[in-house]
Design a protein around this ligand. Structure first.
Ligand code: FAD
Ligand code: MEZ
Length: 570
């Protein structure tokens, strides 16, 4: 046997896995995954047998309950899905190499007889609204639309829930929240607007920024009402005050928010289809949405009849060809994003007549860990870490906006830098434990020894940290005017993470109005087509502030869901 199907066939036949030997049950492989678990146990059961393994492959940070078939393929080579971001040396039966060969939307649409057949057939399902994408925008839209009485189907092309949202680390920005008030933080809608516009180089659409800012506290309340914990409030680059909300103790925001939204979607029995790629938005002769063409990963092409669609497919930072065609400086750059962030939604929406906005603005995040392929959250700097170069010197205000911090790192020797912090920063932010578990954070009780072991000038590093601590004591950064220096770096062990910029966020996308409706190339609203989240353009202008995306996707996702529900009722 050289794959799982052949192996199980030798053990008793196709019915070991399938209810119908000729075809899979659905694109989630619901029955097949139940069969895996009935013999091997749940993910947690399997992880419990791996207590002595350094990184248990079944103990993942991903929300939802990832299906066994996300990695263990039946009729092809199995792949370690984690390797789409990391590179672990897991030993998996019948293993092949992680690779993605995904034809673009426009390649799929080229003279395809399977599509023609599917479109001539009756729709496989009828619903009110199809939501494309199961990230934070899509799930917020789904829960909100359901609660306004609409029937929804969520399509997700990956085998897992959550898109980039599940990776979000540092937090969600909001002004005038109960959480800020409890901590005595003074903020205002004007200040959040000013910071957002300034960070976006003032080309943001002011009407969209107004929606973002005025609904931000309401979105925090909505999420906490659904069960989220957003009690910790920290600072991200470009913010004038602490307004970045995350779970208590500084745990990652995204996996938590996706888990909460996913649990709420499950409670409402919302139909979420994995391995299901939206290929085309179908319109009637009047240009009004009438459904969506889907490529089911296991069941083939079919279409769903629906009166409205919400495009919530996220950004395209993981598609370097598309990125480099818009910003050639970023050719060959690594990305912080999940593998599905390829920009399908731009093609799907554009083929249906949508206008695009600000596509050329693409952001690099300054701190992708050189080892381990993991983005190190800006909250590490927000909570006190500094950046030094190989010469052991600071070279930038660490919490400036990302465009400036990334550019400064690329000017240093080897185009990398080191995040330096101590135990007090470590203990201020739970997320740091995850980086330590991944083995990407060398540490030492001596700063000099730490520097020397990593090819940093250790003696100079000691001097730079001592000088920084003097600035903290004086309350003024005499070198780079860093506005917040929450703690000195002098407690316990010291830590270093080598970092470099990587493509992170795509600011541009589908043009929407301030109701979340998609605007056509002729400047008119396309009836029944809504969009929300990173697939859209205009909210963040030329450069997004850290923490503003989670705010964006929850606010605009909810709004698109509610307005789509109102539209279908009409
Ligand atoms: P996603 O969450 O990316 O969801 C889109 C989904 O659509 C994906 O699951 C994708 O597979 C699916 N999809 C795409 N095409 C199709 C198709 N054709 N058919 C069906 N499904 C499709 N922002 C913050 O504000 N704070 C943070 O702390 C933060 N940390 C981050 C950390 C990392 C590592 C990354 C990568 C981003 C971070 N961001 C953060 C940015 C933020 O997470 C994203 O901008 C945001 O989550 C995007 O949400 P979304 O719902 O629009 O898209
Ligand atoms: O908004 C972001 O992308 C963000 C806060 C990322 C991070 O550094 O945590």
């Amino acid at each position: 046997a050289d794959n799982l199907a052949a192996f199980h066939n030798d053990m008793g036949g196709c019915q070991n896995c399938h209810s119908d030997a000729n075809k899979p049950t659905d694109d989630n492989l619901t029955h097949e995954n139940e069969q895996c678990q009935s013999c091997h146990g749940t993910l947690a059961d399997v992880a419990a047998t791996e207590e002595n393994v350094e990184h248990s492959p079944h103990l993942s940070h991903l929300p939802g309950e990832p299906a066994c078939t996300s990695c263990h393929m039946g009729h092809e080579k199995s792949v370690v899905y984690c390797d789409s971001c990391h590179s672990f040396d897991f030993n998996m039966p019948f293993e092949g190499k992680w690779e993605r060969h995904e034809p673009s939307i426009n390649e799929l649409l080229k003279a395809n007889s399977d599509i023609e057949k599917a479109l001539k057939a009756a729709p496989r399902d009828t619903t009110d609204i199809v939501i494309i994408g199961s990230g934070g925008a899509g799930l917020s839209a789904a829960v909100a639309a359901h609660d306004k009485g609409a029937k929804v189907i969520v399509l997700e092309k990956e085998p897992l829930v959550g898109g980039n949202t599940k990776l979000a680390a540092g937090g969600m920005n909001a002004a005038l929240t109960k959480q800020q008030k409890a901590k005595g933080i003074e903020d205002s809608l004007e200040l959040m607007t000013e910071d957002t516009m300034k960070g976006g180089r003032n080309i943001n659409d002011p009407a969209l920024v107004e929606v973002l800012v005025t609904h931000s506290a309401g979105s925090v309340d909505w999420l906490t009402g659904l069960g989220a914990d957003l009690n910790d409030v920290g600072r991200m680059g470009g913010a004038s005050v602490n307004r970045t909300h995350r779970p208590t103790g500084g745990a990652g925001v995204g996996a938590h928010v996706v888990q909460v939204l996913y649990d709420n979607a499950e409670k409402r029995e919302i139909d979420i289809r994995f391995n299901s790629r939206a290929v085309e938005i179908l319109e009637d002769d009047n240009g009004q949405v009438r459904g969506v063409l889907v490529k089911g990963g296991h069941t083939g092409y079919y279409w769903i009849k629906a009166d409205a669609v919400v495009v919530a497919t996220g950004g395209f930072a993981r598609n370097n060809e598309r990125v480099a065609s818009l910003d050639p400086k970023l050719k060959g750059f690594a990305a912080t994003n999940h593998p599905g962030a390829t920009g399908d939604g731009l093609d799907v929406a554009s083929n249906a007549g949508a206008a695009m906005k600000d596509l050329e603005y693409i952001q690099a995040h300054p701190t992708l860990s050189v080892a381990g392929g993991v983005m190190v959250t800006e909250a590490v700097r927000g909570n006190g870490a500094i950046l030094v170069n190989r010469e052991g010197d600071r070279f930038v205000n660490e919490i400036t906006t990302r465009d400036k911090a990334s550019a400064a790192i690329l000017e240093q020797t080897g185009k990398t830098a080191f995040l330096i912090f101590d135990d007090s920063v470590r203990h201020s932010l739970k997320k740091i434990e995850r980086y330590i578990e991944l083995g990407v954070v060398p540490s030492n009780s001596s700063l000099k020894a730490l520097g020397d072991s990593l090819g940093i000038n250790g003696a100079e590093l000691e001097k730079s940290v001592a000088r920084y601590n003097e600035f903290v004591a004086a309350g003024k950064d005499g070198d780079f005017a860093r506005p917040n220096m929450p703690r000195s770096l002098n407690q316990g062990n010291f830590y270093a993470i080598e970092v470099t910029p990587a493509v992170h966020h795509t600011m541009g996308g589908v043009k929407i109005d301030n109701h979340g409706e998609v605007v056509s190339t002729e400047g008119k609203v396309i009836k029944g087509m809504f969009a929300a989240g990173e697939v859209t353009g205009g909210v963040h202008g030329a450069n997004r502030l850290g923490g503003n995306a989670i705010s964006d996707i929850v606010t605009f996702g909810r709004m698109a869901g509610e307005n789509a529900a109102a539209f279908v009722k009409k």
